[in-house]
Design a protein around this ligand. Structure first.
Ligand SMILES: Nc1ncnc2c1ncn2[C@@H]1O[C@H](COP(=O)(O)OP(=O)(O)OP(=O)(O)O)[C@@H](O)[C@H]1O
Ligand SMILES: [Mg+2]
Length: 158
């Protein structure tokens, strides 16, 4: 993996703050943006995605925790895919799901457990790594790879 173009770190002291951060990112997302989410069980990946979906204009009733399917399509202000790679063994299996073809559809993509199969990411993407910092606090490390992701990161977190 090459070096990140830009990196920002911050601490979210509560689930509400993580949600708010997600909403703001969702308002900024454009078709073709790819956001990979990394972090342990319960780190807050899905929580952040719910905020992003809300910010992107997706009805909250649509937002699932992708436990049974690998990918969920959402329709908001822009179309989104929400994927979870947790149950996939490797890149071969990812290819077999047709996931890679989805990247060409021009939707924005939110992908939990990207670290399971880092090859799922396109060349340019944003990676958000969440870590537990006590019961209600989470640190977010946001790395932008490429010019558009760096601009997105600047617009998101200033
Ligand atoms: N600062 C915080 N930000 C986000 N979530 C928090 C925070 N503090 C506590 N939480 C709680 O942590 C949990 C995060 O769950 P979530 O399903 O988002 O995790 P996940 O990373 O998607 O896990 P999994 O890998 O199991 O899907 C929620 O219950 C949420 O309320
Ligand atoms: Mg999750």
């Amino acid at each position: 993996m090459s070096e990140a173009t830009r990196t920002r770190r911050l601490v979210s002291p509560s689930p509400e703050e993580t949600h708010r951060l997600g909403v703001k990112l969702g308002q900024l997302l454009a078709p073709g943006d790819f956001v990979g989410l990394v972090g342990d069980l319960g780190a807050g990946k899905t929580h952040l995605v719910r905020g992003v979906a809300e910010g992107a204009g997706v009805a909250s009733s649509e937002v699932a925790s992708p436990t049974f399917a690998i990918v969920y399509p959402y329709d908001g202000r822009i179309p989104l895919y929400h994927a979870d790679l947790y149950r996939l063994a490797d890149q071969e299996e990812l290819y077999a799901t047709g996931f890679m073809d989805l990247l060409d559809e021009g939707r924005a993509m939110l992908v939990e457990w990207l670290d399971r199969i880092p090859q799922a990411a396109p060349r340019d993407f944003l990676r958000v790594t969440l870590r537990h910092e006590g019961e209600d606090a989470r640190s977010l490390e946001v790395e932008a790879f490429g010019a558009r992701p760096a601009a997105l990161l600047d617009a998101w977190l200033g």
